[in-house]
Design a binder for this molecule. Structure first.
Ligand code: FAD
Length: 388
């Protein structure tokens, strides 16, 4: 096995490292101060505009988008490094377009949808959301109740969605609904493109989450969607949705490596400087063990993530690997950040260091796109052959 990154992968990683260092990290103090004042986790419009312009100039848009719609078509292997670097900052900026919905669109769009949805999305002109979860169906999306029924050439959707990120702002939401009650996840769940402002797509409330993030609850009340906005094949929405979730999960593993690496770097810099009882913290075995354990686990997680990306690029079935890295990486980074907070003492409890925002982000990452227990269950089920 060759673990060397290609020259192109190294170049793109270095470019993102520079973007994070020069453009995202300097915004952190403002991001943290606004979040601490209860204004949520966000960017000022002028900062967002500047970051968009800069990252576009640097060629960092559409990294994994198809070349025929203006993307760079980079493999998953290249994106691991990109996402690891992006994970090192709490400045909430995503290089357009966000990969998971992109991959779902790439796997499903018709020519008409390619022009109307995929191309503007790749060009960074639109933002999107995904509506899967419901009040009664989260970890088990096959249990969703939202229904789409044909009416002439259209579909009429009724139901409820919750915890939907960006739902109020998104230009379109990929909405999952049951189209065959009997078949459900085995051929009875479809995906629809629902535009912002569509009558019957009603945002009920904005839900404050930990770490300054927001999600939304949505009611679908006779929400009429034109027939051509069915995404992919009727009843076959579950597989591309899983592809989408897989893309996010490998991205989350890489973010986790980046966050854990930053937390470790902070301990390594701080521990020799801070003296207690006449001795630097770096000479205490407790702290040394944290450093050694974090370095070892980060190394293991990084390799697991690259292994998964490589297999994905070869077209191999990586469902097991995706579940392994999703739970392991998020739990590993959560533990590492928690230890960094402990090493910093009271300073680690403030909102003046990025650690508490990293911890809150990781806390939510242990839930969304499948809680830890679900992914352990998937791995165990595959080994024990207990899948029904
Ligand atoms: C910040 C954030 C953003 C989100 N954004 C979106 C979004 O944009 N779109 C979207 O559709 N959804 C989104 N979600 C929802 C997310 O995907 C769900 O919260 C997640 O799938 C878990 O569903 P649930 O909350 O209903 O938990 P439940 O399904 O009620 O599960 C609760 C807990 O029970 C345990 N559990 C459940 N099943 C099992 C099992 N089989 N074995 C062992 N333990 C089990 C787990 O510990 C789990 O955490 C978001 C959530 C968060 C926190």
């Amino acid at each position: 096995m060759d673990f060397e990154l290609s020259t192109e992968d190294k170049m793109i990683k270095d470019l993102v490292t520079r973007f994070v260092r020069e453009d995202l990290l300097p915004l952190e103090a403002g991001v943290m101060a606004r979040e601490a004042e209860g204004e949520g986790l966000g960017l000022l419009p002028e900062d967002r505009a500047r970051l968009d312009a800069k990252s576009r100039d640097m060629g960092l848009w559409g990294l994994d988008a198809p070349s025929d719609v203006g993307g760079s078509d980079l493999p998953y292997m290249s994106l691991v490094g990109v996402n690891e670097e992006m994970g090192k900052t709490v400045t909430p900026y995503t290089l357009p377009p966000d990969s998971p919905n992109l991959r779902m669109l790439m796997a499903t769009v018709t020519e008409q949808q390619r022009v109307a949805y995929l191309a503007p999305y790749v060009a960074g002109q639109t933002i999107s959301a995904i509506g899967i979860s419901e009040p009664g169906a989260g970890a088990d999306p096959a249990g969703m109740l939202t229904k789409a029924v044909r009416d002439g050439d259209d579909w009429v959707i009724n139901g409820r969605k919750i915890w939907i990120s960006r739902a109020a702002d998104a230009d379109f939401t990929i909405l999952m609904a049951v189209t065959d009650q009997e078949k459900r996840a085995r051929g009875g769940i479809s995906a629809f493109l629902v535009d912002k402002g569509t009558p019957g797509f009603n945002v009920l409330r904005r839900i404050p989450m930990i770490g300054g993030a927001y999600t939304y609850e949505i009611a679908l009340e006779d929400c009429r969607v034109e027939g051509w906005k069915l995404l992919g094949t009727e009843g076959q929405g579950f597989a591309p949705m899983q592809t989408r979730l897989g893309t996010r999960r490998i991205q989350m593993a890489a973010w986790s490596v980046g966050m854990a690496q930053r937390a470790l770097d902070m301990i390594v810099e701080y521990a020799p400087q801070r003296k207690t009882f006449g001795m630097p913290l770096s000479e205490r075995q407790a702290i040394q063990f944290w450093v050694a354990e974090a370095a070892t686990k980060i190394h293991a997680t990084r390799l697991m993530t690259y292994d998964c990306a490589w297999k994905l690029d070869q077209g191999r079935d990586v469902r097991n690997e995706i579940s392994m890295i999703k739970w392991y990486a998020t739990e590993m980074a959560y533990e590492t950040v928690d230890r960094a907070m402990q090493a910093f003492g009271a300073m680690g409890m403030t909102k003046e260091l990025p650690l508490s925002l990293m911890q809150a982000k990781l806390r939510t990452m242990r839930i969304y796109d499948g809680p830890t227990e679900i992914h352990k269950w998937v791995v165990a089920r595959n080994l024990l052959g207990t899948r029904k």
